[in-house]
Design a protein around this ligand. Structure first.
Ligand SMILES: Nc1ncnc2c1ncn2[C@@H]1O[C@H](COP(=O)(O)OS(=O)(=O)O)[C@@H](OP(=O)(O)O)[C@H]1O
Length: 447
């Protein structure tokens, strides 16, 4: 055979091999996708998919093409649910919806929460153990109320090696607009409470630090609200090196930084990180502002000025937005399938629980947000789930406090509040002269 014929033959062999290889890969991919898409509506079915994928994994073990894809999946199969979670609740980032998910997860499993006396765990102060005095456990399961990040005391309650640290961010433009509106910052700094106050605030160069401090404690969110909640001091707000270093620090501290703008993607990532079931992350959007309270006049100049006023938050968001999408890329094709299934299930539960009409839901003081109307005649178990999914944060916290109090009573059987404590103290007001057996009889001291 001439050398040119030989090389032609070799090339043909390479082409043939490549075509076979590609065909084999495509057939396998299709099989996996078919199984995943067909069978994903209930947890039992998801377990079924897992079984199907597991058996595919075994038969395809020799196939190196599938190894990358299956190793991620099999890692998931081996995991066990995480029950020690610190969710750092940032302001106006959809965090109440996430807290509701955490409440239900812990509530349905009787886990212990670090609960505030009312809504917040010492915020706007940085978190300290003192704020967790209502906790019934030294190793609580979940902290998900507003608390300003503080590494040492938080690590003490939630050791890094056995807990997951999660938080959520939102694009700084919409986040700041929401914070400004919610905290009525315009009114507080004398610019009125109409939609123009934000524009005025930005045009006048924001607010000098000295003037900021004269406002009630909401002033703390008047610039870079995300980094404020994540613990950065004001003195670093305009220091690029410090901000970048702090972002790197947070990157190490948090196991997952979710992004509200991609809420469902965030939840699927969280579900995978925590090894939870899909039903655990079902939700109904909470704390949605009434339409008339939304600022519709955010033109490009205002948006740009919000970014310039909150430069540190922009850096923070950009960093974690990038790593968020890198992380999703690494999750592989099954991520999209799971996301689609989750969205179907979330739509279904919404249709089952609530009507299309909204109502006003009381938050506190004069604050109301959009609330839901539950459907009538829901089966008992579903009704209980729907009620809890639509419960405001404060109502759920009150319920959990009551529940933990009862649990504490079972452990200790002691007084639970100051009225009971003072009743206990009353015993000490009864005179010892009610008995004389051990009455004091001093020796007669010789004079
Ligand atoms: N699932 C989901 N998807 C998208 N957006 C959502 C979701 N859940 C809550 N939200 C929006 O989040 C805002 C409320 O945030 P928080 O719950 O963190 O508020 S609070 O700080 O606890 O008061 C509030 O935004 P604004 O209305 O712009 O203020 C909610 O509409």
């Amino acid at each position: 055979m001439s050398s040119s014929l030989q090389s032609l033959f070799q090339k043909a062999l390479v082409v043939l091999f490549t075509v076979t290889f590609v065909l084999f890969y495509v057939v396998h991919e299709k099989q996996l996708n078919r199984h995943s898409l067909e069978e994903t509506t209930t947890p039992a079915q998801i377990t079924h998919i897992d079984r199907v994928i597991r058996s595919e994994i075994i038969t395809a073990k020799a196939n190196s093409i599938l190894n990358d894809r299956t190793s991620a999946r099999s890692a998931l199969l081996k995991c066990s649910p995480e029950n020690h979670i610190l969710f750092l609740k940032t302001h106006k980032t959809g965090s109440s919806t996430i807290a509701n998910i955490m409440f239900r997860y812990g509530d349905f499993r009787n886990l212990s929460f670090v609960l505030p006396s009312f809504t917040m765990l010492g915020w706007p102060h940085r978190f300290h153990l003192f704020f967790a005095h209502h906790s019934i456990s030294e190793t609580p399961n979940i902290l998900c109320s507003h608390a300003r990040f503080n590494k040492r005391p938080m690590n003490r309650l939630f050791p890094k090696e056995s807990s997951k640290y999660i938080t959520i961010l939102r694009n700084p433009v919409d986040n700041f607009e929401s914070v400004f509106n919610y905290m009525e910052l315009g009114k507080r700094i004398g610019l009125g409470n109409n939609p123009d106050s934000l524009q005025l605030f930005l045009e006048r160069g924001g607010i000098p630090f000295t003037m900021m401090r004269k406002i009630n404690y909401e002033w703390l969110l008047v610039r870079n609200p995300l980094l404020h909640d994540l613990g950065l001091s004001f003195k670093f707000y305009q220091n690029l090196t410090a901000v970048n270093e702090y972002i790197q620090f947070l990157d190490k501290e948090f196991d997952l930084v979710m992004i509200m703008d991609y809420f469902d993607e965030s939840l699927v990532l969280m579900k995978r990180l925590l090894c939870w079931n899909m039903d655990d992350i079902l939700y109904l959007k909470l704390n949605d502002r009434q339409e008339e309270e939304k600022n519709v006049a955010l033109n490009n100049d205002i948006r740009e000025n919000i970014k310039r006023w909150n430069k540190a938050d922009v850096l923070l968001f950009d960093h974690f937005n990038k790593s968020f999408w890198k992380r999703i890329e690494k999750e592989g094709d099954t991520f999209e399938e799971e996301l689609a299934t989750f969205r179907q299930r979330a739509t279904k539960i919404k249709q089952s629980c609530v009507t299309n009409e909204t109502r006003l839901q009381f938050l506190y003081a004069e604050k109301y947000v959009k609330g839901y109307n539950l459907k009538h005649d829901l089966p008992e178990e579903l009704r209980r789930l729907c009620e809890k999914m639509t419960m405001s944060e404060n109502t759920y916290l009150k319920y959990l406090r009551g529940k933990q109090k009862k649990k504490m009573r079972l452990i200790e059987m002691g007084p639970q509040n100051y009225t009971e404590l003072s009743r206990e103290m009353k015993e000490d007001e009864e005179t010892w002269d009610s008995a004389n057996d051990l009455v004091y009889e001093p020796v007669n001291l010789a004079v």
